[in-house]
Write a protein that binds this ligand. Structure first.
Ligand code: SF4
Length: 64
């Protein structure tokens, strides 16, 4: 499972960073979130999916 944050859609709301800090961080400067790891380890996949569902901007893209 892979994850990425669409920088054009991310609105700096931070739900993903709060829900799943193992994967999502704010970048210095732009303050938009990024996925710090592209390939999500199995133990974080459920959390990562949940964060994607909660993102109000639909900015988190998951590919299997
Ligand atoms: S929840 Fe969505 S909009 Fe908010 S920081 Fe994360 S990716 Fe960006």
């Amino acid at each position: 499972m892979k994850v990425e944050v669409d920088q054009a859609r991310c609105g700096t709301i931070g739900i993903c960073v709060k829900e799943c800090p193992e994967i999502f961080r704010f970048q210095e400067g732009s303050k938009k979130a990024v996925a710090v790891i592209e390939e999500v380890p199995p133990r974080w996949q459920a959390k990562c999916r949940e964060a994607a569902q909660k993102c109000p901007n639909g900015a988190i893209r998951i590919t299997e």
